[in-house]
Design a protein around this ligand. Structure first.
Ligand SMILES: *[C@@H]1O[C@H](CO)[C@@H](O)[C@H](O)[C@H]1NC(C)=O
Ligand SMILES: *[C@@H]1O[C@H](CO)[C@@H](O)[C@H](O)[C@H]1NC(C)=O
Ligand SMILES: *[C@@H]1O[C@H](CO)[C@@H](O)[C@H](O)[C@H]1NC(C)=O
Ligand SMILES: *[C@@H]1O[C@H](CO)[C@@H](O)[C@H](O)[C@H]1NC(C)=O
Ligand SMILES: *[C@@H]1O[C@H](CO)[C@@H](O)[C@H](O)[C@H]1NC(C)=O
Ligand SMILES: *[C@@H]1O[C@H](CO)[C@@H](O)[C@H](O)[C@H]1NC(C)=O
Ligand SMILES: *[C@@H]1O[C@H](CO)[C@@H](O)[C@H](O)[C@H]1NC(C)=O
Ligand SMILES: *[C@@H]1O[C@H](CO)[C@@H](O)[C@H](O)[C@H]1NC(C)=O
Ligand SMILES: *[C@@H]1O[C@H](CO)[C@@H](O)[C@H](O)[C@H]1NC(C)=O
Ligand SMILES: *[C@@H]1O[C@H](CO)[C@@H](O)[C@H](O)[C@H]1NC(C)=O
Length: 413
């Protein structure tokens, strides 16, 4: 066998093993003076395309995803003074990718509000209360102040963090309200529960409400989310839930929620994905997991915060197209009836993925397949071989009996 041949095999192996994308993180690209809350930027460069994730609390917490042709020079161009002007007509189109770049797809997820409500009936579902049916506090994120994104992030680890400034409000004074973003160049599962599967085409996000001071005796929280995509208003964005027979990655959780912009083209969809579970302690264990409820998708934009959207980087990028794009919103209610409310542990953490392409699916692992095969296979083998053994034995016995009858045995005489 020639050395050349071995090398060829070796390199094929290397190519197969190489990470499919290269991720770089930048804080406030091309900002020279005032950067306000700032923008965190993951650039995931692939062989055929680039994924650009722009993350910011300007206006409201927003993650903007743009898929472009592959190119070293492809990057967002941000007009910082306009973006920070707080004036809609200035913010509009203050983020572009230049005229020469081919945009393959783009979408954004925005978080307009956090609801704190007195869950007097212990429904654990914010949608069960209408109007003044209970006490509320609505924290409008447009009115929040946030730490500059660079203060709490780590570009070397491809880690970005949006955190509410702590002095903001008595509720949040001594606690943490934050979104944490991690980007990776390869496929794996998160170390913590619920062990979601991240890959080179998505970003994994933790939402955290830790040790804030609840206002009500039976306080619970719900987070509102809006998803917009470059597709048409009439296209059929959808939230669907799949059930798996296997809960090996997150024990006790058999369901996966996918919020997709293109349910009929899952290879090229924008998606958010999560398991209907959140955690009541920072060291996540199965027993600290509780439920979360996703409310039915609201597609009517008159019920969504379109004015607030105009302060965000989504508007800075999409401009007025945003008002006529595919859009939907939902409320994510954290907790489960009888889990003791937020008040019990004063901690809620929820993990989700945002990405492009086929949303990851929980596949039954090789180990489980082997265990099942052995578990099912042995009895089947016993049945088959046992059956054969019995048949053969019976046949032999029968033959022996026949032989006994027909043959003249000296001993009988
Ligand atoms: C917002 O910007 C537009 C266009 O630049 C300008 O005409 C308008 O006066 C500004 N509005 C405010 C309130 O500054
Ligand atoms: C709740 O609102 C309704 C009308 O919106 C009003 O008639 C009712 O008095 C209110 N109840 C309380 C307790 O404020
Ligand atoms: C601060 O919290 C109070 C309730 O505790 C609420 O009424 C007020 O609107 C909040 N302020 C902001 C800026 O969110
Ligand atoms: C933001 O806060 C100001 C006062 O602090 C208030 O007048 C305004 O209504 C608030 N905006 C929203 C959207 O809650
Ligand atoms: C925050 O902590 C300080 C110092 O421990 C305390 O005085 C204050 O009351 C706390 N605020 C809230 C809202 O719990
Ligand atoms: C990521 O996206 C690229 C194309 O955009 C695709 O070829 C690849 O299979 C995707 N990887 C995963 C793990 O979905
Ligand atoms: C919240 O609900 C509880 C139980 O129904 C009630 O005792 C309490 O007065 C309500 N309001 C506040 C501010 O906690
Ligand atoms: C949106 O709809 C218009 C008119 O119905 C059509 O021309 C256009 O191609 C559609 N765009 C997309 C992205 O499907
Ligand atoms: C959206 O909601 C508004 C207000 O409730 C209603 O008037 C309008 O008919 C709704 N539009 C659609 C398309 O359902
Ligand atoms: C979220 O819940 C609040 C309070 O019930 C409601 O006003 C709002 O319309 C809901 N948002 C969505 C997107 O369903």
């Amino acid at each position: 066998m020639s050395v050349k041949f071995l090398c060829a095999i070796y390199f094929t192996f290397l190519v197969v093993r190489a990470n499919p994308r290269k991720v770089d993180t930048l804080i406030n690209p091309d900002c020279t003076k005032d950067c306000g809350d700032g923008i965190g930027y993951f650039k995931a460069v692939g062989a055929a395309d680039d994924l650009h994730y722009l993350i910011s609390s300007i206006g409201m917490p927003t993650i903007l995803v743009v898929r472009t042709d592959q190119g070293a020079s492809v990057k967002p161009e941000i007009d910082w003074p306009k973006l920070l002007s707080r004036n809609e007509s200035e913010i509009r189109d203050s983020i572009t990718f230049g005229d020469k770049i081919k945009i393959k797809y783009s979408f954004a997820i925005v978080f307009p509000k956090l609801y704190e409500y007195n869950d007097t009936k212990d429904y654990a579902d914010v949608m069960m209360y209408k109007g003044n049916a209970t006490n509320w506090n609505i924290y409008d994120f447009t009115n929040f102040t946030w730490d500059a994104i660079g203060e709490n992030s780590n570009v070397d680890l491809n880690y970005l963090k949006i955190m509410a400034t702590q002095q903001l409000n008595t509720t949040f004074q001594n606690g943490t309200l934050a979104f944490e973003f991690n980007s990776y160049d390869h496929e794996a599962r998160q170390n913590d529960l619920p062990h979601l599967q991240y890959n080179e085409n998505n970003t994994i996000i933790d939402f955290l409400i830790d040790h804030v001071t609840p206002v009500f005796k039976k306080s619970r929280f719900a987070l509102e989310a809006i998803f917009v995509s470059a597709d048409n208003t009439t296209d059929d964005m959808e939230i669907s839930v799949t059930t798996s027979i296997d809960d090996e990655y997150s024990p006790g959780v058999f369901k996966m929620t996918n919020w997709v912009t293109r349910p009929h083209n899952l290879d090229e969809t924008g998606y958010a994905q999560w398991k209907p579970v959140c955690y009541l302690k920072s060291a996540r264990s199965r027993s600290d997991g509780t439920k979360m409820i996703t409310s039915p998708l609201q597609r009517n934009s008159t019920h969504l915060d379109m004015e607030g959207l105009k302060q965000t980087i989504a508007y800075a990028y999409f401009g007025d197209k945003l008002l006529n794009m595919e859009i939907g919103g939902t409320n994510l209610s954290f907790g489960l009836s009888q889990d003791g409310f937020y008040t019990k542990t004063e901690h809620t953490a929820w993990t989700f993925l945002v990405g492009f392409g086929d949303p990851p699916q929980d596949q039954v692992s090789l180990l489980v397949i082997i265990v099942i095969s052995v578990g099912l296979g042995l009895p089947v083998l016993f049945i088959i071989f046992g059956g054969v053994f019995i048949c053969v034995k019976k046949h032999k016995d029968k033959k022996k009996n026949e032989d006994d009858v027909t043959s003249d045995s000296p001993s009988v005489n």
